[in-house]
Design a binder for this molecule. Sequence first.
Ligand code: PSU
Ligand code: MN
Length: 304
Amino acid sequence: MQSYLVFSDEVRAAKMTGKPVVALESTIISHGMPYPQNVQTAREVEQIIREQGAVPATIAVMEGKIHIGLSDADLIRLGQSADAIKVSRRDLAYVLASRQLGATTVAATMICAALADIQVFVTGGIGGVHRGAETSFDISADLQELAQTSVAVVCAGAKSILDLGLTLEYLETYGVPVVSIGQRAFPAFFTRDSGYSADFQLDSAEQQADFIHTKWQLGLRGGIVIANPVPEEDAMPRAEIEQITVQALQEAAQQGIGGKAVTPFLLARIKELSGGRSLATNIALVKNNARAGAKLACALHKKH
Ligand code: PSU
Ligand code: MN
């Protein structure tokens, strides 16, 4: 299994000298944001993690290997490539075996992080139960991954392109704890309050690390959602984002968008319909998550 993993020099050195490592996904680069903001954000997020005393490991599939830690040329390749494949659990073995370029989702990044013995993963938003899932059956594989793979996922909640109430119900059924930072409300990615509550509020990285460590020490495998609300000054007005979201959802339905194309379509349309403002919010919240995730990785690292 280790033969599928290739570590960057920086991540290998961190593992050898015992420094905390933070995993980062690559679908957000290839399918979540436009070029060149995607590459610029990926670089800046890595830098924030370094400044906090941890080491970033952006994960992608290239030439039949899972790469843990990417070069700048790799980031550019993912950011510019129109044919990077969005890789979730279902796709991972296929994209490896066929030696294609693969960008990992939350689910696939969790799998790869666990293989590489990395416990903390920073992203923007997790996938979830889509609005209308009672007829479409569209439920992100991210949720099943959270149920079974022991990685803490730091995010800004989930976008209201999803049914956040059903998403939280699903996570409860599968025993995935949802923790908010600095507030009890579960954040809705572009806005700080989804109208739903997280299960627990844990404000400091040490508290979060204690909780995660206890869960795994008990043998309760599986992920934890650490939801970090977007800073107030970067948030979008709730009514505006809701209106844009409804329009994007209608267009997706009219155009018959289905399967793994749904989420990238909605992300791109929301960006266009907001005149680019949603992208600025997206970038700000990912950076904010990088800070929280690096602190958590440092706190968790002290427990080993
Ligand atoms: N939500 C976002 N930004 C993203 C994604 C989700 O706000 O970039 C990406 C992540 O990689 C996530 C994936 O794991 O979309 C979920 O896709 P799906 O809904 O097809 O499972
Ligand atoms: Mn889906």
